[in-house]
Design a protein around this ligand. Structure first.
Ligand code: S3P
Length: 450
């Protein structure tokens, strides 16, 4: 297992604003799927804009271990797939590192390939629930044995003749939905997945892009997705847009530092991902989209974010699936806003890379921001100015907590320290340098080794 050195960092108020163009890395969700679908297709898939973060590199390694050819040529990733049902038994344990998406989606693929495999992950991933995927995948014919609570490491015996499922996803989770669909790819007949609340639909979009027959029926706030099994997946070109969940951090940084104005080109604007942008506009943020276009089947645009004073608002629970990864950084902005922000219905935050509900509250409390957790709601009492800061934030192996805490420190009176920023590399390699560069020489290194 790779040993990652701990990287303590601190963030302090810069003397200059953030300006210029900031390029964010490729979308994490789309990058994982592009590698996986490429490995299941026949022919050579070409991926541009792939996120080269630790999480996605784990997926690339796993697909190689399962027999696909995965190579990088200059800026393009090439995947020569083996066709549905054509993956081979891996010779060793598949280590998915910190990535829940990699582990859950891969479980779906392995469930309908008739061989034995073992999957593990780092200490954070080994704590995360897997029953949400192994329960339906067992009904599909696969056998799993894991640790207490069904957690990783997990031994998997894939089904020889997988059954198509009709599955009602009990939690709003694109990972669970996708795992069932991926298993259904190698099952005869129609797999039907019902979700009561719509979650990100990159699997559905990309399956279609690779030639699968997928239909989607909208039902109230939810969707019924039907996939015809055993399609002939054809290799495709995939252009990965900038990750809106990564763009959230420089946007938030610009909204923390007076006078900032930044442009982030080529950000994915899938409506099931952009709840944060809606929320920030409701809080009064000046956030514009320019040059909106379609690229690789997903809407994309350039985001212009300009420093604005924010006001506290009530964020409704039904918005949670479209901004599930953005609550920690929203909470940071809420700390600076005028008035109280109540973020409702955040139960799923408890099972992310860390218990993000508690950890976000602890991050703010350590920096003298008044915060409460009320059931599944997070309530932040904004200071309407500059929060005190001065705290040390425990990041619990969670990249988004680390970036959120560093953004907080850009707008507090005293510097904010994080115990370990190394996990930022899972989703946003180069984050620290990018923020420092956008502040420019006159601003000094706002983010630096602690
Ligand atoms: C993801 C789905 C979400 C999200 C994660 C990526 C995906 O997880 O938090 O970062 O790519 O499908 P859940 O499905 O657990 O909500």
């Amino acid at each position: 297992m790779k040993i990652i050195p701990v990287r303590p960092l601190s963030a302090s108020r810069p003397t200059a604003p953030l300006t210029g163009t900031i390029r964010v890395p490729g979308d994490k969700s789309i990058s994982h799927r592009a590698l996986m679908f490429g490995a299941l297709a026949v022919g050579q898939t070409r991926i541009t804009g792939l996120l080269e973060g630790e999480d996605v590199l784990r997926t690339a390694a796993a697909m190689r271990a399962l027999g696909a050819e995965v190579e990088r040529h200059d800026d393009v990733w090439l995947v020569s797939g083996r066709g549905i049902g054509g993956l081979v038994e891996p010779a060793d344990v598949l280590d998915m590192g910190n990535s829940g998406t990699a582990a859950r989606l891969l479980s779906g693929i392995l469930a309908s390939h008739p061989f034995f495999s073992v999957m593990t992950g780092d200490a954070s991933l080994r704590r995360r629930p897997m029953r949400r995927v192994t329960d339906p995948l067992t009904a599909c014919g696969a056998r799993f044995s894991g640790r207490e609570g069904g957690r990783l490491p997990l031994a998997i015996e894939g089904a020889r003749d997988a059954m198509p499922l009709e599955y009602d996803v009990p939690v709003p989770s694109a990972q669970v939905k996708s795992a069932v669909l991926l298993c259904g790819l190698n099952a005869p007949g129609i797999t039907v997945v019902t979700e009561r609340e719509a979650t990100r639909d990159h699997s559905e979009n990309m399956l279609r892009h690779f030639g699968a027959e997928v239909s989607v029926e909208i039902q109230g706030t939810g969707r019924i997705i039907s996939l015809r099994g055993q399609p002939h997946l054809r290799a495709a070109n995939v252009v990965v847009p900038g990750d809106p969940s990564s763009a959230a951090f420089p946007i938030a940084a610009a909204l923390m530092v007076p006078g900032s104005r930044i442009v982030i080109p080529g950000v994915g604007l899938n409506l099931l991902r952009t709840g944060l942008f809606t929320t920030l506009r409701e809080m009064g943020a000046e956030l514009r989209v320019e040059n909106q276009r379609m690229e690789g089947g997903e809407p994309v645009g350039d985001i212009v974010a300009v420093y604005t004073e924010l006001r506290g608002i009530d964020v409704p629970p039904e918005r949670a699936p479209s901004m599930i990864d953005e609550y920690p950084v929203l909470a940071v902005l809420a700390a600076r806003a005028n008035g109280t922000t109540r973020m409702r219905g955040l139960k799923e935050l408890r099972v992310k890379e860390s218990d993000r509900l508690s950890a976000t509250a602890a991050m703010l409390a350590a920096n003298h921001v008044r915060v409460e957790v009320d059931g599944d709601d997070l309530i932040v009492h904004g200071t309407g100015g500059t929060p005190m800061g001065g705290g040390m934030v425990e990041t619990h192996m969670d990249h988004r907590l680390a970036m959120s805490a560093l953004v907080l420190g850009l707008g507090t009176e005293l510097a904010v320290a994080v115990d370990d920023a190394s996990f930022i590399d899972t989703s946003f390699p180069g984050f620290v340098e990018l923020i420092n560069t956008s502040i420019g020489n006159s601003g000094g290194d706002a983010l630096r080794a602690a």
